[in-house]
Ligand binder design. Structure first.
Ligand code: AQP
Length: 327
C-alpha cells in the first residue's frame, strides 16, 4: 500500500495556488493509501514571522485540511513541531547532504538571491534537509508536491541512495508526484511569477470574499489579442486562467482550452469567476463550520500521537544503523 505524505507551511494566508496545487488533491490521497498530512510549522520559521501569525496560520490550515475532505480516521493530520523525531532525524541526515547540493536548490536561490549572507538564516539554506527528514520518518512512497518542490524530493532520493549504500536498506525511497494540471498557478498581476502566500501581489486568498475573488479574476493581467487560445509562451496570463479553470473543473487543460477557444477575454474571465464561486462557496462554508466547532485542535492532538508512533520507529532504526546507542 502507498504511504502518502504532504504538508503546507503556515507562512501566510492560504492562496488559490495552495488550494489547487495541494488541498484539492488531499481527499483523493486518503482513498489511495495511508496518508500523513501535516502543518510544516518548523519550516515556517525559516523566514521571519510574528508568533501570533504563525499560531493563527497553523490553526487556519488545520481547519482548511478538514474542509478539504480529510477524514481523521483515514488521514493522520498533525503539527510538525508536535513530533520531535523531525528535529532528531534532521540532526542525523544533515550529515549526508552537502553544501554544494543545497546551494543549487532553485527555491533557495529564488528566496535568497537578493539577501545579504548575513541575513540568510541556516534554516532556509537547510530547508531541504528537514524536508527529507519529514518524508523519511513516515517511510513515504509518494510525496505530492507542486513543481518547485519536486527538486527537494529528488535531493531526498539522493540522500536515501547514499545512506542505504553505506548502512543497508534502512530508508525508503520516496517519489515526487506532481499534479498534471495546476502544479504552478501564477500571480494574476504577473503571470511569470508563482502565486505565493509570502509574496501577496496578484494572489487570490482563500479568505477573500466571493466579490473580491471575482474582482481579481476580472482584473487579471491578460495578453495581446482579444480572444482565448492556449499559448503559454505568448499568452501566459490566459494560460494561467485556463489552468485555474481546468483544475477547478477537474478537466485536462486542453479540454478547457477547447471549451473557450475564440472566447473574448471578458466572457472567459466571467466563466472562470463563476467556476471559482461554484467551488469556493461550499468549501468555505465547510471551513467556517469547522472553525466554529473548534474540533480541529483534537484532530491535531490525536494525529500527533499516531504520527509519533510511526516516526519514532524509523528514527530508532536510523539511530541504530549509524551507531548511536539507543538505551
Ligand atoms: N502557486 C502555486 N501553484 C500550485 N501549487 C502551489 N503550492 C503553493 N503555491 C502554489 C503548493 O501548496 C503546497 C504547500 O506549499 P508550501 O506552503 O509548503 O510551500 P510553497 O510551495 O513555497 O508555497 P507558497 O504559497 O509559495 O509559500 P511561501 O510563499 O511561504 O514560500 C505545496 O504542495 C505547494 O507546491
Amino acid at each position: 500500500m502507498e504511504r502518502i505524505l504532504s504538508a503546507i507551511k503556515p507562512t501566510g494566508k492560504l492562496t488559490l495556488g495552495n488550494y489547487i496545487g495541494a488541498l484539492s488533491h488531499f481527499k483523493d490521497f486518503q482513498d489511495q493509501g495511508e496518508s500523513f498530512i501535516f502543518i510544516a510549522d518548523l519550516h515556517a520559521l525559516t523566514l521571519p514571522i510574528e508568533p501570533e501569525d504563525l499560531r493563527n496560520n497553523s490553526r487556519d490550515i488545520a481547519a482548511f485540511y478538514i474542509a478539504s475532505g480529510l477524514d481523521p480516521k483515514k488521514t493522520t493530520m498533525f503539527l510538525q513541531s508536535s513530533v520531535s523525531a523531525h528535529a532528531e532525524l534532521n540532526a542525523i541526515v544533515q550529515n549526508y547532504l552537502y553544501m554544494g547540493e543545497l546551494k543549487r536548490m532553485t527555491q533557495f536561490k529564488d528566496k535568497c538571491s537578493k539577501m545579504a549572507d548575513t541575513a540568510i538564516g541556516m534554516g532556509i539554506f537547510a530547508y531541504p534537509v528537514l524536508m527529507a527528514a519529514d518524508i523519511l520518518l513516515y517511510e513515504a512512497t509518494e510525496v505530492p508536491v507542486g513543481e518547485d518542490q519536486a527538486q527537494h524530493v529528488e535531493l531526498c532520493r539522493d540522500l536515501v541512495r547514499r545512506f542505504n549504500h553505506r548502512y543497508g536498506e534502512i530508508l525508503k525511497l520516496p517519489k515526487a508526484v506532481v499534479p498534471t494540471v495546476g502544479a504552478r498557478i501564477m500571480s494574476l498581476t504577473d503571470p511569470t511569477k508563482k502565486m505565493s502566500k509570502s509574496d501577496p501581489k496578484g494572489d487570490i486568498f482563500l479568505h477573500d470574499d466571493p466579490r473580491a475573488m471575482r474582482k481579481k479574476i476580472m482584473g487579471a493581467k491578460t495578453d495581446m489579442g482579444p480572444t482565448v487560445t492556449l499559448d503559454p509562451q505568448e499568452k501566459p496570463g490566459i494560460a494561467n486562467l485556463l489552468t485555474i479553470y481546468a483544475a477547478l473543473d477537474r478537466i485536462p487543460l486542453e479540454e478547457a482550452a477547447h471549451r473557450f477557444d475564440g472566447y473574448r477575454y471578458g466572457d472567459f474571465k466571467k466563466a472562470v469567476a463563476d467556476k471559482l464561486d461554484e467551488v469556493m462557496i461550499p468549501f468555505k462554508a465547510r471551513y467556517q463550520e469547522i472553525v466554529d466547532s473548534g474540533s480541529y485542535l483534537d484532530v491535531l492532538r490525536d494525529g500527533a500521537r499516531k504520527a509519533r508512533a510511526v516516526a519514532n520507529k524509523t528514527l530508532h532504526k536510523v539511530q541504530e544503523a549509524v551507531g548511536l546507542l539507543t538505551l
